[in-house]
Structure formats: structure tokens, C-alpha cells
Design a protein around this ligand. Structure first.
Ligand SMILES: [Zn+2]
Length: 361
């Protein structure tokens, strides 16, 4: 047998084994749901959010840095051995952080790495877990009164409030310690939403009900000033954002004040950096940028709109829009809890996030 034939046979066998495991359960349904929520910027932005399904001792979890939106067209899910991972979590074994040691590599042909939120999915006992960065949830979850606000809207749900913890082990440890037997909705402070159920259909239904319950009104705002932005960008590395919704943060005074206060959730820090760069519409962008340590991927120009660095990637564009979507849903009375320096430092100096950032581009 030639080495090519041997290679082909081995690959075919692995493919068949993978198909056998994933097709007799809800795997296809999960791909469909993942692709739907991943295509909705109000639920998932760029490489954010993740979904999983537990079956035959394995948990299939979205790969780090991949986009849920592509779940129907590419293989995004990595099989992780569930019991060994849970044992590692119980034993405080640091290998649970990356979870790479628990991947069943024979079923992982593209050597994908499991999501940084794998341990959060593992500690929830339900078969299907969906985690999203829903903008309505975030708009409430970044407020200092978040827990009380959610108590009002989620009184009909078995839900758990989780104050901000760094994604990964710190977050899963807290959830695991506070989970009750019937908890199937988890609200993550300064972060997002998790729902869990025993089938994809139930998870989808629960997600829809929770999203309806947490829905926040958004404000309308004046159109951005295309000509003024274009003039500001002249002879710079910047261009006006080509997404109409991204400009809202510059056009709505309340949104602008909220955004200028700091970073509110992890993916903002990971993809756009610490805080938001707000500049006067009367200054030269080239001059402003020359005084900064590095060129920000997005800059907010109050009363005119948002400009993006010409090298900004799709995740950065998605997060710039997310900022507007979140800020438009926070009202003027709200007191916002921003991520502190230490929390930002932990995100920016975490190898798992650097990896995700590099893949997401
Ligand atoms: Zn998340």
C-alpha cells in the first residue's frame, strides 16, 4: 500500500468515526442554531460566544477563535473528554484552563483548540450549553445594580447571577460552586448570558424566552457626518466605519458618556484594547495618533461618527459596532461598573486570549 493510500485510509477512518459519533445526536441542530445566533450581531460579535453538546462521554465545544456564524459550513467543534476534564477541575489541575490535554485528538483532524470558555460549559450538567454576548444582557450586566435589575426581569427563570470573573477557570469555579440543581440560565456580570438544556430545541426556546425578558429599548440617534469624517481621515490610516450602526456611540450623548468611561466587557478589551479613544472633532487625527503608544483600531469623534484603522480586522469592526449597540441600551440614570486595571491586565496578559486573538484575525 502506498503511503498516500495509507494516509487516505487513515483519514477516511477518522472521518467515519467522527460522523458516527456526531450524527446520532443533536449535532446538526447545534450547528444550525450556532450559525443562526452567530449571524446576529445582537447576540454574538465576531469570534465571541460559544456552544457545546455533550454525548458519549465527549463534549463537543466550539473551537477557540472560530466564528459561530460559520458553524453550518465548516467544522468548528472540538471533542473534549468530559469526565477527565471535570476531574481536573475538581482537583484544581491547571490543565483544565486550556483543556487541550483533554481533546480526543483522533477526532480533531484540524487540530483545533477548545474555546477558552470550555470549563464553563463542562460544569453545567445539561447536554446543550449556549453562551452568547447578547447586547441587551450586557447593557444590564455592566451596571452596578445589575443583580437587582435581572431579579425583576428573570423572576420566572431558574437563574444564577455571577459577578464578573475572568473567563476560563475563575469563572467556571464560581459557577460550579453556586449552581443549583435546576439552574439553567446564568447571567455573567460584565460579560453575557449562558443557557443550558437537554436538547438543542429546548436550549433555543429557552434562549428566546430569556432574550425577550431582558430586552432593552434602544435610543434613535442622528445620522453620522460622512463628509466631516472623510475630511478628518484625509492623509491618515483611518476611514469612516462602513457600518451605519457603529457610528451611534458618537451621535448619542448618553452612549458617548458611557463609552468614554472605560471598558465594560472582556471582548472589548481583547479586540479594541483598554477603553475607548474619544477625540475632539476639531483636531488632526494624525497629530492625536502620533501622541499615542499605538494606533487604536477605532476612534470615536463626538457628533461626527466612528473612524476605523484601515488594518482593523473583522472582529475589531464587530466589537466597534457592539459598543454602540450596548451603549444605546444603557439609560442616563445607570451607574456603570467598568472593568478595573487589574481585570484588564488579566485579560491582556492571558495566553489563551492572545491565541484567540491571533486565530480570529
Ligand atoms: Zn464570553
Amino acid at each position: 500500500m502506498s503511503s498516500n493510500t495509507h494516509f487516505y485510509n487513515a483519514r477516511q477512518q477518522r472521518h467515519n468515526e467522527r460522523e458516527k459519533i456526531i450524527y446520532h445526536n443533536d449535532y446538526n441542530g447545534l450547528c444550525k442554531l450556532s450559525s443562526l445566533i452567530g449571524s446576529d450581531p445582537w447576540q454574538v460579535q465576531g469570534a465571541g460566544g460559544n456552544t457545546s453538546i455533550k454525548t458519549d462521554g465527549l463534549m463537543w465545544i466550539k473551537a477557540s477563535g472560530t466564528w459561530l456564524a460559520n458553524a453550518n459550513t465548516s467544522e468548528l467543534f472540538v471533542p473534549v473528554e468530559l469526565d477527565p476534564l471535570l476531574d481536573a477541575l475538581k482537583a484544581d489541575d491547571q490543565r483544565a484552563e486550556k483543556s487541550t490535554d483533554f481533546v480526543r485528538e483522533s477526532l480533531n483532524p484540524h487540530s483545533l483548540r477548545p474555546s477558552i470558555e470550555t470549563s464553563v460549559h463542562a460544569v453545567l450538567p445539561q447536554k446543550v450549553v449556549v453562551h452568547i454576548h447578547c447586547v441587551d444582557t450586557i447593557a444590564l450586566a455592566v451596571q452596578t445594580q445589575a443583580e437587582q435589575l435581572f431579579e425583576k426581569v428573570l423572576k420566572d427563570f431558574q437563574w444564577l447571577w455571577v459577578p464578573y470573573h475572568r473567563p476560563g477557570l475563575p469563572l467556571s469555579r464560581y459557577i460550579s460552586a453556586h449552581l443549583e440543581a435546576d439552574t439553567n440560565v446564568v447571567v455573567l456580570g460584565n460579560h453575557g448570558l449562558v443557557v443550558a438544556a437537554d436538547s438543542v430545541q429546548e436550549a433555543a426556546d429557552l434562549l428566546e424566552r430569556v432574550r425577550a425578558a431582558v430586552k432593552q429599548p434602544d435610543r434613535s440617534y442622528p445620522a453620522f457626518k460622512s463628509d466631516a469624517l472623510t475630511a478628518l481621515c484625509n492623509n491618515t490610516q483611518y476611514r469612516p466605519s462602513n457600518c451605519v450602526d457603529t457610528h451611534a456611540v458618537a451621535m448619542d450623548d448618553i452612549a458617548l458618556t458611557v463609552a468614554a468611561g472605560g471598558s465594560m466587557y472582556p471582548d472589548h478589551v481583547i479586540f479594541l484594547g483598554s477603553g475607548t479613544q474619544v477625540v475632539s472633532p476639531y483636531v488632526s487625527i494624525a497629530e492625536i495618533v502620533s501622541q499615542l503608544e499605538s494606533e487604536p483600531s477605532s476612534i470615536v469623534v463626538p457628533g461626527s461618527g466612528v473612524i476605523m484603522h484601515k488594518d482593523a480586522n473583522a472582529s475589531q469592526h464587530a466589537m466597534a459596532r457592539c459598543l454602540s449597540d450596548v451603549c444605546l441600551r444603557i439609560d442616563s440614570q445607570a451607574s456603570v461598573r467598568y472593568l478595573n486595571d487589574d481585570e484588564e491586565y488579566q485579560l491582556l496578559n492571558w495566553e489563551a486570549e492572545s491565541y484567540r486573538q491571533s486565530i480570529a484575525t
